[in-house]
Write a protein that binds this ligand. Structure first.
Ligand SMILES: [Zn+2]
Length: 319
């Protein structure tokens, strides 16, 4: 944009050619905004990342070809070639990268703020076919002795890779010579896997239905099984219904029937005394025990006393 503005050919009516050029007259730099730090020797350019890097601020991967507005400064010379340094801010965090041109190795070197993803390797190391260099080609053409040596080297290389090529060929043959059997095997494998998946889904659905849940279940893993076996639940042996009922009954009996009443020990003893006195006054219990008289009135009284004593809980043995 700055460059485009610099070639603006509009001359205002009050333009005075004696001042100099149009930019001088307007008091602007030809690069406009990109030259706002020109007094510090910095111009702002568009820098394209030459290789993959990792930002050291946010640890994000930044791919080759991502473009930044970078501050370009000259930091030195390599013979007659200036060495430039580029400073730019990460677009994902507040970290700054500083990358410097390396004319000696035709490369860029990261000075700070990032780490290079190493994608440089020698193709001959992983047995890639590398075309001959210009020098070798020239020498092969001119030097017949060198051509002979080179030829025998190539022959040796071909001989040494023959067994591996044969292995690869046989492996391929084994797999695909009998396509019918290969197909059969594959289909059998797929069928088995499909059935397993179906079984798993059925089992999961059954479990979900049983526990009234509607959540996606993850696959069962060996680790989970081990963990579950280590966490053994120590539950109390379950009581029978009768035992449960009995314990609930005992609890109710030992409580006071009125929630607000607090029965102290003395009040309780007094109540027992009154009750036992009234019984002996009437002589009902003894008479009933000894003479076995059965009347409606005498039947009711002991029952009443029993129920009252039951409410106080502890007085049953004193009766
Ligand atoms: Zn970053």
């Amino acid at each position: 944009m700055g460059e485009r503005k610099g070639v603006n050919k509009y001359y205002p009516p009050d333009y005075d050619p004696k001042v100099g050029g149009l930019n001088k007259f307007l008091g602007t730099h030809a690069l406009r905004e990109r030259a706002r730090k020109i007094d510090k020797g910095i111009i702002i350019i568009r820098f394209e990342m030459p290789y993959n890097i990792w930002c050291e601020g946010c640890k994000n991967h930044i791919g080759m070809g991502v473009r930044y507005n970078a501050e370009k400064t000259k930091v030195g010379m390599y013979y007659t070639t200036p060495i430039y340094e580029f400073k730019m801010k990460c677009h994902l965090c507040d970290n700054h990268f500083v990358i410097r041109a390396d004319p000696a190795n035709l490369d860029y070197v990261i000075q700070s703020g990032a780490r290079r993803q190493e994608n440089r390797w020698d193709p001959t190391q992983n047995e890639q076919i590398v075309p001959e260099t210009k020098e070798t080609q020239k020498r092969l053409f001119d030097d017949s002795m060198y051509k002979l040596e080179h030829g025998s080297e190539d022959k040796n290389l071909a001989d040494s890779s023959k067994p591996r090529l044969a292995q690869l060929f046989n492996r391929n043959e084994d797999l695909w010579a009998d396509s019918y059997t290969a197909n059969q095997k594959l289909r059998a494998e797929f069928r088995k896997r499909n059935n397993e998946l179906k079984d798993t889904v059925a089992r999961d659905n059954k479990l979900l239905k049983k526990s009234s849940l509607a959540i996606p279940l993850l696959a069962e893993r060996e680790e989970d099984k081990k963990m579950a076996s280590l966490l053994s639940m120590k539950l109390k042996p379950s009581k029978s219904i009768l035992e449960n009922t009995e314990s609930v009954r005992n609890k109710i009996i030992s409580q006071s029937s009125l929630p607000t009443c607090n029965f102290s020990r003395s009040k309780e003893e007094k109540a027992v005394r009154i009750l036992s006195k009234s019984k002996s006054d009437l002589g009902i219990v003894h008479k009933r025990n000894s003479t076995d008289i059965s009347s409606n009135a005498s039947e009711k009284k002991p029952k009443l006393s029993v129920s009252l004593v039951g409410d106080y809980g502890t007085s049953s043995e004193s009766d």
